[in-house]
Ligand binder design. Structure first.
Ligand SMILES: [Zn+2]
Length: 179
C-alpha cells in the first residue's frame, strides 16, 4: 500500500475543517444514551482535572470504539491520566479525544469514515480499578468565546464542547421505542 503523501494529508485536513454540518454517532458499538450520565460534562469536583471535561460511556472491556464522524487520526499514545488515548480531527476543526482504551485499531495519519474502528474500551490510566468506560471529549480548535461562563474553569468551555446534545439526536434508546 502506498503511504499517503504529506501534501495529500494536508489537503485532507484542510477539507475536513470545512465540512459541515456535523452529525455524530455514539462512539461505542451498541451504546445508547443510557450508557452515560447526561450531567457528567463539567461535573465537579473531579480529581486532578477539577471538572470533568467530557462524558464517560460505560461498556464491557474490549467493546469497539468507533469513529463518531469523518476524520483523521492525529495522535495515539499513553498519558498519565488518560492511559491509552487516541485523538481524531473531525469536521469543523474539532478534536475528538478517546481515553482509557484497552487497545488501538487505527494509527496516526489514517483517514476514517464514521463508524470506523479506532480501538477498544478499557480502563487504562486513572480509570484503573474502575468499571471500563470510554472517556470522550470534544475540543474545538477555534475557540467559542460566547460559551465562557462562571462555572469552575468556565473559560475552558470556549474549547471543550458538551458531546451530549450532539449525540442525543442519534443516540435514541432502542428500549424506549419498544414501549
Ligand atoms: Zn471521564
Amino acid at each position: 500500500m502506498k503511504r499517503p503523501r504529506p501534501r495529500h494529508l494536508l489537503l485532507a485536513i484542510l477539507l475536513l475543517g470545512l465540512l459541515a454540518p456535523q452529525w455524530l454517532r455514539v462512539p461505542v458499538q451498541g451504546a445508547s444514551n443510557r450508557d452515560w450520565h447526561p450531567q457528567s460534562f463539567w461535573y465537579e469536583p473531579w480529581g486532578r482535572s477539577g471538572t470533568h471535561k467530557g462524558i464517560d460511556i460505560f461498556a464491557r472491556q474490549g467493546t469497539p470504539v468507533l469513529a463518531p464522524s469523518y476524520g483523521i487520526v492525529v495522535f495515539r499514545g499513553e498519558l498519565d491520566m488518560g492511559g491509552k488515548v487516541l485523538l481524531m480531527l473531525g469536521p469543523k476543526w474539532r478534536l475528538h479525544y478517546f481515553a482509557h482504551l484497552d487497545s488501538y485499531s487505527a494509527r496516526p495519519g489514517q483517514p476514517v469514515l464514521p463508524g470506523a474502528p479506532l480501538g477498544t474500551v478499557g480502563s487504562t490510566g486513572n480509570a484503573q480499578g474502575k468499571p471500563p468506560h470510554l472517556h470522550y471529549s470534544i475540543v474545538t480548535l477555534l475557540p467559542y468565546p460566547w460559551r465562557w461562563d462562571t462555572s469552575t474553569q468556565g473559560w475552558k468551555k470556549m474549547l471543550y464542547l458538551d458531546p451530549t446534545p450532539m449525540l442525543n439526536e442519534v443516540a435514541v434508546d432502542s428500549r424506549k421505542t419498544n414501549q
